[in-house]
Structure formats: structure tokens, C-alpha cells
Design a protein around this ligand. Sequence first.
Ligand code: SF4
Length: 610
Amino acid sequence: MSMSGGYTEKILVIDLEKQKINVEKTNLDDAKLFIGAKGLGAKYLIDHLPKGTDPLSPGNILIFTTGPLTGTHAQTSGRGTVVTKSPLTGLFVDSHFGGVFAAEMKKAGWDFIVVKNKAEKPVYIVIKDDNVEFKDASKLWGKECLETHNFLQKTEGKMKTAVIGPAGENLVKIACITFDGHRHAGRGGTGAVMGSKNLKAITVSGTKKIPLHNEKAFNEKAKEVLKQIQENSFIPIRRKYGTPYWVQVINSEGFIPTRNYTEGYFEYGEEINAETMQQRIVDSGGACYNCVIACWNKSSIKQGPFKGTSLIGPEYETIALMGSNLGLESIEDVAYVCDRCNELGMDTISMGGILGFTIEAYNKGIITKRDLDGIEIGWGKPVELSKLMEAIAYRKNKTTRLLGEGIKTASETLNAEDFAVHCKGMDLPGYDPRGVFGMGLAYATSDRGACHQRAWTVRAELNDPELDRFSFEKKAKIVKEVQDERAAFFSLVLCDFAPISEEHCVEMWNLATGFDHNVESYLKCGERIWNLIRVFNLREGLPPGSDKLPPRLFKEPFTKGPAKGILLNEKDFENSLQEYYTLRGWDEKGVPTIEKLKELNLENYSKMVR
Ligand code: SF4
């Protein structure tokens, strides 16, 4: 099968042990079924990674993926996706990033960059179109993320970068990969996988034209989509405030994570919301590659002990998890802690979860000052919490090493699972399900552990008069349908914040590639991708009964705010989960049936789950 666009049809496979490269051909038959990025990356992973591979062993593979729209004139087409087996959850992970790196990778001629094995000593890789060089990274090892990016820009020229910080080097399981200095593939510990391979950074530059099947019609369609985005009434708000817009909304509705999810309303909410952020720290906006939405906040701290710190952000999730969840009472404190976490190279959501858990364990006497080498942590203490983050990033002692293993391992070891807030080992994002029940089902069934991006039901649950946000009723169908749609969308791959209809997605995909999909077959691709990842997770040992929620959500009601007194009910949750399994064509244990796998052209994988 031969097509004429959307894909470069080339995969760069880098063997770090042999310091050799190999070029594979992108499988276009697979591309038609799995689209690209998340979906095609999942297909590559399940076909190439032996079952049971230790995520931090040389045998794991780290895949940087693009999709058929990456680098084109489609709005928000600078997105890319890192796919690997997660050291945090032991399951599939796809972690998405903005910036320019992915578009540049495509212009260099690569659909995927696949990194295999482990270098003997720290290295970084320089990719200029077809030319790939391995370079000694011993001078870079130990440097923080922005410092590494700046060093590479100076020594290698204005290239796009993917780097890890000290946390990735030290195999901290919530380590991220940072792109172009400021954008992050945050979730699931992809940075630790990179560190386990002794790979400090990749730089890329490309000069090639991205092939398109019908370039003229594609660009016209992209213009039409641009116009629709510009006319969308929410875009000016998103551009002005970015994701922090949601701080005020979620806090006033009573489900922002507060002090390790003990409350859903934060009394200092106005000190950390978007208006305050604009007044006190935001200097200007900015955007990823080819994005008219331009939701970035370029910020700097202008007063107090952290004056002079500059960063892009913080985003909503960071403000929720590292702000209200840690009891930080000013936007400057949140920005400082966020910046330290970014520079050490860790996911701010998971770090907020782990710090919240650790403060509670400390207050209960389960973790002591001595365990933390004298750091006196508590709610609202940015300096001490930053010291603790550093101790985790550098794995300084037995306790901080344990915290660096992630919340599941830490809470099991400390016998403190009743206040560990995670699903499948991944910390919950910024929407407490006690205020929006649909997010509970979305977190429990997400393909990579607790994730808000797989099915964000918040807007619908708050605004749709047909939906009761304090009930599981009607949520299973919404969650299933949104998961499938997002799986397809994240395979094209575009930005979660771009309001682009399914029809437009399919039209652009067809014009880019020459494929002949319609909305139904496009959504079927999403369902296929979701099922393939479920098969991968089951193959890797996901036990029955894993689609569950943290106990706190069923036992401890909030004492204030609009969701005061509300609890999830175990029976209602289980009923909703079974309804979800039925809608998915899975059995009562959440295993895809043979019939469902056949319907999705996945019959070759049925032996992996039976
Ligand atoms: S909406 Fe924001 S995050 Fe998304 S591509 Fe545009 S600038 Fe980047």
C-alpha cells in the first residue's frame, strides 16, 4: 500500500548500546487503523516490547511519536507523544507535549524516533535530517532541564530539544521529559525511562517539506478550521488566562484538591486564581508551534523571597496539585515550587500528589523529621517542600528514595494506603470526583492511571441540565464515548484545548493522507486504540479489580463548600463500572471479549488476554 502524505513513512530506530541507527518503514496499513502518535505508538509498543519487560531495563523502548497532522498547517499541530511502558504504573503510558520539537522531528523526516537499549556512558543525540550523531553527555549529566536546553542551544545551534533533569537521571519514577526548555511530557515517568538508557537529551532540526496528499485542499481546510477556532467564544478566555481560568470555577464549585484531598474548597483560592496570576506574575503570552489559541502564560515572580524566578506557567493542574493541595497561600509560592519541580525534571501533578501524601504522613507521625534529614514539612511551606522535592529528585536517603518510587509503592510500604490518592499508581489530577462523579469513572478506567485528559466530563457535568454531577447516572456512556474520541484525536495528534470537530479531524486526515475515512470509522479507530491498550495492560499483568478509586473518596466527606457532605457510593460506582464494561463489549472483569476484538480487527491479540 502506498500513500502520498501525512506520514514521512520513516521510523528512526536508535540503538544506544551499539551506537547505531536503523531506518524502518512506517506501516501504512497500521496507520489506517491506528492513525499515528498515541495509537500507532501503542501498536508499535505491543508488537516490539516483550511481555514483562522491566520498564527501567535496557529492554524497554522509548518512542517519540508524531501523527499525520504534525507539523502541517492544521492548528495546534506541534504536538507529539512519548509512548513507553511506564515505570510508575507498569502499564502503557502515552505522555503528550507541546512546543516545536514534534513538528521539527517530522520536518527532519521521521514519523517516530525509537530509542532502544542503554548507552554505556551518558550520551545525547543530535539529529539533523537523516544525519544522527551520538555525543558525550558527561558534562551535561547532573544539570537541570532549562540549563541543559540552554547548553544545547549554545553548543548545537538553535535546535529543538528533549531533555531530562536530575530526577530522570536518578530514575525517579515521576520524572518527565522537557521539550524546548518549557513544555513537558509529564505523566508516567517517561524521563526515568530516558535516564535508565543513559540518554540525557535529543536535539533535532529538519529542513524537509512534510508530504501531503492534497496540499491545496488540505491548507484550505486548515484555514476553515482556523476560522472556526477564532470564532469560538471560549478562545479569548483561554488565550487571556490559559488553564488557570479553571481555578476559580473548580474552587467555587467545591472540588479542587485541597490538603491531600481532604477538602474540595480552598480558602485562599483567590490568592492563586487566574486574575491574581495575571495581576501579579504574568508578563506575556505565547504559543506552541502553529497555534492561534496561544494559551501560555510567561510569568516572573516580582516580590518576596522568590523574586526573579521566571517560568512558563503554572498551569491549572499544577496550581491545584501544588497549590491548594499543599496549602500554599500565594501564587508566588505556587510558581516557585512549580519552577523547582520543572527544573528538577518531574511531573508537577504526581509531585503534588506525593507531597500532599507525605505531609499527611508527617502530620500523623508515619514519616518523621529525621526520616527527611531534618526537613520540617507542613501545609503552606514552599521552601521546605522544595527541599523535599530536591531530596526526592536526588534520591538522598531511604525515605526520599521510597517517595521517588511513586505513591503506590510508598503508601504500601508505609502501610498508609487509606490516604494515598491514586489510580493504578498514578496520582489524581485536579478534579476531585466527590464534586463530579463522572471524573471518578474516568480516572478509574483511564488507560494510563488517573488521568483527566482521557475523558474530561467536568464542563458537561457542570453545565448540562440533564446531568447530575453528584450521581453516576448516564456517566458510563459519556466516559466511554469521550475516551474513544480522545484516543483518535491524540493520535492525529492535536492539542486537547483545540475545539475542532470530528468532521474536521477526519477531513484533514483524509486530505493529508489520501485515506477514505468517515467520522464513524475515525471513532472506530479510537475504540480500537483504547482496546489495544487494554490488551497491552492486561498482558503486562493488570489484575482484575484494578479499575478502582482511592478509599478516601468513599469514606471522608468534605466539611465545606458546595460538595460538603458528599461521598461516592461503592455500589453505585461498581454498577457504573459494569455498565461501562458492557458498553465497551468487555466481560464483567473488564477483559475485552473475543467478539469485540474481532470487530476491531484485533483478533491477533486475543490470546494475550485469555
Ligand atoms: S492551546 Fe496552548 S498548549 Fe495547546 S497547542 Fe496552543 S499554546 Fe500549546
